[in-house]
Design a binder for this molecule. Structure first.
Ligand SMILES: Nc1ncnc2c1ncn2[C@@H]1O[C@H](COP(=O)(O)OP(=O)(O)OP(=O)(O)O)[C@@H](O)[C@H]1O
Ligand SMILES: O=C(O)C[C@@H](O)[C@H](O)C(=O)CO
Length: 327
């Protein structure tokens, strides 16, 4: 089964949320306390997804707020050089900073991130900075859950979702849970549920759905999750289970399984963003859901074997080659 989009649109995908800085440890197999050097990349889940999509050939745009400093300039230039339309990236005028993510690579299995998210520009995107004329030009609005963590970004995103619904733009919600920006689990569950119920496609890990349902990690049940969301707007739900693979559920009752592709893992982060960009690329290009799962899994497998999240996003040829080798 393939998925239908409104094809008469200028942009394949417009992402909304944070565009930040990743500082990835260049020294492996040690704790961050002992890591002295880091490489800089553009980061932030929705920015990574836009970058991944653009590298695959989708026409992407971005709505977000960046700082008025060297980091903001770097982010905007990198994204624009990658082919992303940055006309709706707003520059903060009140001295707010870029979010920073430091990564720790203790071993390929033991990676973590440390986020600096105080007073970050992205969470100050204002509803007046979200424009219907822009959103209505897209096939897909890609929403990151983290952008719902605080006002005014929260209202800006809710406005964007409303405009997408009004203009027949598919809303794709990447749950993208980051504990750093949320005040409580209850609050997360409220806003995740609100937006998930208005989204056509929801993508997240099992743990993120548990967060949405405000239940203990590990207590979730995929069938219950999808049954609930299918009572609302959603008609395609993707639930990821790390290296165990992923499942796609359709409202029509089909279930598809995606398998992870074995690789020499360097670090585990970046998997979700590369997965989402390639999954969406395949769906938007009319491939069936089974193939889209393969694209997502192959892209993630390539990115976990490399150092960055954004810079490492693969090309279509690399993805197809990996799928073919494993067929
Ligand atoms: N170690 C791995 N080796 C190969 N593929 C992997 C590995 N980990 C994850 N993947 C692939 O990436 C997909 C998404 O991974 P995961 O469920 O960990 O998402 P995530 O938690 O959103 O990622 P992130 O760590 O970037 O936040 C999986 O379904 C799988 O296909
Ligand atoms: O999403 C973020 O803000 C951090 C990412 O850029 C980072 O690369 C990561 O954790 C991806 O999973």
């Amino acid at each position: 089964m393939s998925y239908e989009f409104n094809n008469n649109r200028e942009y394949d995908i417009i992402a909304i949320g944070r565009a930040c800085i990743d500082l990835n440890a260049t020294e492996y197999n040690r704790p961050m306390e002992e890591t002295m050097t880091f490489s800089k990349y553009v980061g932030g889940s929705p920015a990574n997804i836009a970058i991944g999509s653009s590298k695959l050939g989708l026409k992407a745009g971005f709505i977000g707020k960046i700082p008025d400093d060297q980091h903001g300039n770097f982010i905007k230039k990198y994204m624009s050089d990658t082919g992303i339309d940055t006309s709706n990236m707003v520059v903060d005028t009140e001295g707010r900073k870029a979010g920073l993510t430091f990564t720790e690579i203790k071993s390929p299995e033991e990676c973590s991130i440390l986020m600096y998210r105080e007073e970050v520009a992205d969470l100050y995107l204002h509803q007046d900075e979200v424009h219907e004329d822009y959103i209505k030009q897209a096939k897909v609005l890609l929403v990151s859950g983290t952008a719902l963590a605080q006002s005014p970004s929260r209202e800006a995103v809710i406005k964007a979702v409303g405009l997408a619904r009004k203009n027949d733009v598919k809303v794709i919600f990447e749950l993208d849970y980051r504990p750093y920006t949320w005040k409580s689990k209850e609050e997360t569950a409220v806003y995740y549920s609100l937006v998930a119920q208005q989204s056509d496609v929801v993508i997240g890990t099992r743990d993120e759905y548990d967060m949405m349902e405000n239940i203990e990690e590990g207590e979730g049940d995929n069938q219950k999750t999808v049954a609930h969301l299918f009572n609302h707007q959603s008609d395609l739900i993707v639930i990821k289970h790390g290296v165990e693979g992923s499942y796609a559920y359709t409202k029509a009752g089909d279930i598809y399984r995606g398998h992870a592709y074995k690789t020499k893992v360097l670090k585990t982060f970046g998997a979700g963003d590369s997965y989402a960009s390639a999954f969406l690329y395949a769906l938007i290009n009319g491939k069936d859901i089974e193939t889209a799962l393969k694209f997502g899994s192959a892209s993630a497998s390539i990115v976990v074997s490399k150092h960055s999240s954004s810079e490492a996003m693969p090309t279509v040829e690399e993805i197809e080659e990996l799928i073919a080798v494993n067929a």
